[in-house]
Design a protein. Structure first.
Length: 256
């Protein structure tokens, strides 16, 4: 990829009638030892792309952190997948701080081709906080790594929900001696407790995202939870500026 090719693609998008492009899966910024490091080659392509979109009257939507976080690992490879940022953002303060540092770097970086920081550039119309955030709670079993993060918040949620272990046992027909004995939720056997936990946890993360973008000074539209078609997420999406959903047709990584 080079700048000439980027310009040609954007001009073609304009000819085809597109007025917005979606950009994502950042490898323009990494967070190392609590500091953001911009990738010089990639950030230059990024800046050029943003400037070309503005010049051609095309708005930009960006997705932000990928599965590997703001990290040099490749999110397609096992080491990138193990970082599992979508899930860790729900419970892990260090991953949330990584998100805050990375987003601050991206949005406050001044584009030399436009003279504007992205947070101040009207070409940036939409931010989707994290592509397919719902994957954190859907389709996959709870791994030991994820269980270690979620079990404490899950048990605390159940304690607040039922008050006493006797009440929980009475309603569920169980015989736990304390909330510390509760097993983790089961994604494949969701009940009202699990759904409410997912809803509350997802809202908490959404409010975190909103706080970060407000702190940075972004004033455009935002959305999240853009994939799973579940009534559960309707409640969460009601607090976003818009709902943007997508589906896949013949995904290149899918099975034939």
């Amino acid at each position: 990829m080079d700048k000439e090719r980027i310009s040609a693609l954007i001009q073609q998008a304009k000819r085809l009638g597109f007025n917005m492009l979606r950009l994502g899966d950042f490898d323009t910024v990494f967070v190392e030892n609590g500091k953001a490091v911009l990738n010089p080659e990639k950030i230059d392509f990024w800046d050029w792309c943003i400037a070309e979109c503005a010049k051609n009257g095309i708005y930009v939507q960006i997705d932000t952190m990928a599965t590997n976080g703001f990290n040099k690992t490749n999110w397609y490879r096992p080491e990138g997948q193990r970082r599992n940022a979508k899930f860790r953002l729900l419970f892990n303060p260090a991953m949330r701080e990584e998100y805050r540092i990375g987003m601050k770097a991206i949005l406050e970086h001044v584009n030399p081709y436009t003279g504007k920081a992205l947070r101040d550039d009207p070409v940036l119309a939409v931010i989707n906080y994290n592509n397919e955030q719902e994957f954190a709670f859907h389709y996959r079993p709870v791994t030991p790594q994820n269980r270690a993060l979620a079990i404490g918040p899950w048990r605390e949620f159940m304690k607040k929900r039922y008050g006493t272990i006797a009440t929980l046992n009475s309603k569920k027909g169980t015989s736990y001696k304390s909330f510390d004995e509760l097993p983790c939720y089961n994604i494949f056997k969701k009940d009202a407790d699990t759904n409410e936990f997912i809803c509350q946890t997802s809202l908490d993360l959404l409010h975190f995202y909103q706080g970060v973008l407000k702190e940075i000074g972004y004033k455009g539209l935002f959305s999240n939870y853009d994939f799973v078609k579940s009534l559960l997420y309707h409640f969460v999406r009601s607090e976003t500026d818009y709902v943007g959903m997508h589906v896949y047709c013949d995904h290149p990584l899918g099975k034939s």
